[in-house]
Design a protein around this ligand. Structure first.
Ligand SMILES: [Zn+2]
Length: 313
C-alpha cells in the first residue's frame, strides 16, 4: 500500500463524510435548504425580521463557486460575512487564485505589486501574462536550478477571520442535524459576535499541488468522528481549489472538550485529485496558524516554478 492508501485507511477507520460536493463552475445552480420556511442558520432570524432576497453562496464566489447556494442565510448575515471574514479569506487567498486562474465575481483577479502597482500578473483563459522586473525582488531567477521564484504578496488579512470564513463554509454545507454540535462555533462566527473563542491551538493543514490544475473545480467536504472512543478531533473541513487544499479542524467545543489539553496526532487527508482518480502530483505540505486576530500586512510567500528554457522576447 502507498502512503495515500494508508492515509485513506486512517480516515476511513475514524471518520464519516457528512457533506461532500465536487462542483464545476458551469454546473447548474443548486440551493440547499427549505425555500418555504426560511430561517437564517447564522443569526436564527426568520422573515419578516430579516430578508432573503440575495443569492447566498454556500462558500465564496472568489474560489469559483457559481453553483452552490443556500436558502438559510439572510441578507444581513450575507452582507456581513462578505465584508467581514470572507474579505479576509479573499485577501489571503488572492495570489494563489490568480496563479491558478480561478474566476471569481469579476473574472481572474490581477496581482499588482511594487511602486504604483507596476508589477502585474494577469490571468487569461489560456495562461498568465506578467509584467515584472527581476531587479526589484518580485521575481528571482535561479538559473543553475532553472527555477523562477515569484515573491507574491497576500492582501491584508486577519488569520482568525480566515479561520472563521472556513468555519462558515463548513457550517453552510453541514447537515441540519449536526448543528447542535457547533452552537459555540456559530456564535463565534456570527458577525459582530463578542465570542472570543479561539480556534483551539490546532493548525490548518495545507497542501500545495504542483503542475497544471483545473481552474473550474472545487471539492469541499465535512468529516465527523465515528464514535466518542476515538481520540481525534470531532470534525474537519476539507477544501480543494486550484493548487491548494486546506484541511481545518472545525471548532466543536461541544464534542471535543474532553480532548482539550491532550496531545492529538493529526495527519493530512489524501489530496483530492482533479480527475477523481489516483494520478499523483507533486505536493508540498505545510501547517498554517490561523489563530491571531491581528491584521497581517505584506505577507509574502514564495512560489517556485521550474522551467526548461527561459524564453526572451
Ligand atoms: Zn442571518
Amino acid at each position: 500500500m502507498g502512503v495515500q492508501d494508508d492515509l485513506l485507511t486512517y480516515y476511513a477507520d475514524r471518520y464519516q463524510i457528512v457533506a461532500f460536493w465536487s462542483l464545476r463552475t458551469a454546473d447548474r445552480k443548486i440551493v440547499l435548504g427549505n425555500k418555504d420556511n426560511r430561517v437564517c442558520r447564522f443569526c436564527g432570524k426568520a422573515e419578516p425580521e430579516v430578508t432573503f432576497r440575495k443569492d447566498a453562496h454556500a462558500f465564496p464566489e472568489c474560489i469559483g463557486n457559481k453553483s452552490l447556494f443556500t436558502h438559510y442565510e439572510c441578507d444581513t448575515c450575507n452582507h456581513a460575512f462578505g465584508s467581514g471574514c470572507e474579505n479576509d479569506f479573499g485577501n489571503w487567498s488572492l495570489p494563489m487564485r490568480t496563479m491558478a486562474r480561478i474566476h471569481g465575481k469579476n473574472g481572474i483577479p490581477t496581482i499588482k505589486q511594487g511602486p504604483n502597482s507596476v508589477y502585474r500578473i494577469d490571468g487569461h483563459p489560456d495562461g498568465l501574462s506578467t509584467n515584472i522586473d527581476e531587479t526589484e525582488g518580485f521575481i528571482e531567477n535561479d538559473k543553475s536550478a532553472r527555477i523562477l521564484k515569484f515573491h507574491l504578496r497576500r492582501g491584508p488579512y486577519r488569520p482568525a477571520m480566515v479561520a472563521k470564513a472556513m468555519t462558515k463554509m463548513a457550517l453552510s454545507i453541514m447537515p441540519e442535524e449536526e448543528l447542535p454540535n457547533f452552537q459555540l462555533a456559530l456564535d463565534w462566527i456570527r458577525p459582530g459576535s463578542a465570542s472570543e473563542m479561539t480556534v483551539a491551538q490546532m493548525p490548518c493543514l495545507y497542501t500545495f499541488i504542483g503542475g497544471p490544475v483545473a481552474n473550474d473545480l472545487i471539492t469541499i467536504a465535512v468529516l465527523t468522528r465515528q464514535h466518542e472512543g476515538l481520540a481525534v478531533p470531532y470534525s474537519f473541513l476539507l477544501l480543494r481549489y486550484g493548487h491548494e487544499m486546506l484541511q481545518m479542524i472545525l471548532p466543536s467545543i461541544e464534542r471535543d472538550i474532553h480532548l482539550y489539553g491532550k496531545r492529538l496526532d493529526v495527519c493530512h487527508f489524501p489530496c483530492f485529485q482533479d480527475d477523481g482518480g489516483t494520478v499523483m502530483r507533486p505536493v508540498k505540505r505545510n501547517l498554517l496558524a490561523f489563530d491571531s486576530a491581528e491584521v497581517i500586512k505584506n505577507d509574502i510567500f514564495v512560489l517556485e516554478f521550474s522551467y526548461q528554457q527561459k524564453i526572451r522576447h
